[in-house]
Design a protein around this ligand. Structure first.
Ligand SMILES: Nc1nc2c(ncn2[C@@H]2O[C@H](COP(=O)(O)OP(=O)(O)O)[C@@H](O)[C@H]2O)c(=O)[nH]1
Ligand SMILES: [Mg+2]
Length: 215
């Protein structure tokens, strides 16, 4: 079904239509749009909004019974304006940070995005996705080394995947696994909510505020 979106559609509003919001990040030409199109085409609605991003929803069955709907956002070539990507990933559940396994510079860019996302919002799950596996003669030639990937994964609490968006290798598994991870995170957050803010009272509160506030 094709849906016409209103001009004011924002990334945040897709929470109304999907369980999770996933945003593609990464250098230009790493394959974000190819992956987005492969995964959403022919499934549910996808469209390009007035703000230049493409949005698509696809349902995925994780753990063989739970149907989860993933709302995917591709910055549609606007990633060179990093402020736009920044605006999109805010409030997302996961960022899909792509790099090209044949292009070291794209890994450097991926690391910059991972650092920025994890600093700005700890609650966002990062998925580090090495794309263009098909372009290698031997998968072992993929850049960077396993050690570097593991280091980044542990540093940013990231899930790591290697795929070929062009051939579809590993793409279904990637979204299925990510949906499962997001479901688990949500279940955990519900069962152990963050502690309530501590209320400062009396003198201590007054002292703190007069020291901390320049006005
Ligand atoms: N060999 C190969 N090429 C790919 C793959 N994914 C994308 N490409 C190519 O890489 C170029 C950039 O892809 P695109 O999806 O536009 O990248 P984006 O700028 O990150 O959205 C295009 O020529 C794609 O055909 C892949 O998995 N393998
Ligand atoms: Mg693109």
């Amino acid at each position: 079904m094709r849906v016409k979106w209103i001009a004011s559609l924002t990334p945040r509003s897709n929470h109304l239509m999907s369980d999770f919001k996933l945003v593609f990040l990464g250098a230009t030409s790493v394959g974000k749009t190819t992956l987005f199109q492969r995964y959403t085409k022919g499934f549910v609605s996808s469209t390009t909004t007035s703000v230049g991003a493409s949005f698509g929803v696809r349902k995925v069955t994780c753990d063989d019974k739970t149907v989860v709907s993933l709302g995917l956002w591709d910055t549609a070539g606007m990633e060179r304006f990093e402020a736009i990507s920044r605006n999109y990933y805010r409030g997302s559940d996961a960022t899909l940070v792509l790099y090209d396994v044949t292009d070291p510079a794209s890994w450097t860019k991926a690391m910059q995005w991972a650092a920025e996302v994890s600093e700005s919002q700890k609650s966002i799950q990062i998925a580090l996705i090495g794309n263009k596996l098909d372009a290698l003669k031997n998968p072992r030639d993929a850049y960077p080394s396993h050690k570097a990937i593991e280091k980044a994964a542990s540093q940013y609490g990231a899930k790591v995947y290697q795929i070929s968006a062009k051939e579809g290798t590993g793409t279904d598994e990637l979204f299925k696994d990510l949906a499962r991870v997001l479901m688990e995170r949500r279940a955990k957050a519900v069962s152990s909510p963050a502690p309530a803010a501590v209320q400062l009272k009396g003198e201590a509160a007054g002292k703190g505020s007069s020291q901390g506030c320049p006005c």
